[in-house]
Design a protein around this ligand. Sequence first.
Ligand SMILES: N[C@@H](CCC(=O)N[C@@H](CS)C(=O)NCC(=O)O)C(=O)O
Length: 199
Amino acid sequence: MMSDLIVWHGPNTRSTGTVWLVEELGAPYELRKVDVFGGATREPDFLAVNPAGKVPAIRHKNKTLTEMAAISLYLADAFPEAGLAPAIDDPLRGDYLYWSVFRPGVLEPAIITKSQGLELDPRMVGWGDWETVLSLVERQLASGDYILGDNFSAADILIGGALGWLKHFKLMGENSSIDRYIDRLHARPAYARMQAANT
Ligand SMILES: N[C@@H](CCC(=O)N[C@@H](CS)C(=O)NCC(=O)O)C(=O)O
């Protein structure tokens, strides 16, 4: 199928979030599978797409974009009819940007360092300490079903995707607000469609 949106995706990697997003957007796209665990991200063909050797990567209207948070912000704006991004003059726009950037800048490094048992000086690292990071998310989820309150947005895919690792790494108790949030996100039809593509 020819499409002006291409998604490079490695099954069971961070790019699952990008596939989930395009399924939520209802955007026609071409899926190009990358055998990350077989070393394909380090092959010249893929390095020509992303010199950093990482998935996800997309190409839209002949422009390539990488970094999943940038991809999320870009695509949710490029397909506004899906309603996954508050408009520029919406009071929630700032919160939406905050939580989208929180994913790679704060939440993800906090989860990775915690799961690896790394002890770093919380004043030196940009994301601070694990307890504070977790409490920021829990406090936000106390005020609604989704990270922006009542409505699902592209930021939920970024935040919920990383929080899903907490379950995986067994870093989270059952039946917490985070646990229920993940279950709510995983019940979405687009999430199931992503899983079907994630083989
Ligand atoms: N900062 C990147 C990180 C992406 C990333 O780490 N991707 C991993 C898969 S989960 C990858 O492609 N690894 C392959 C490699 O390093 O060769 C983003 O947020 O998009």
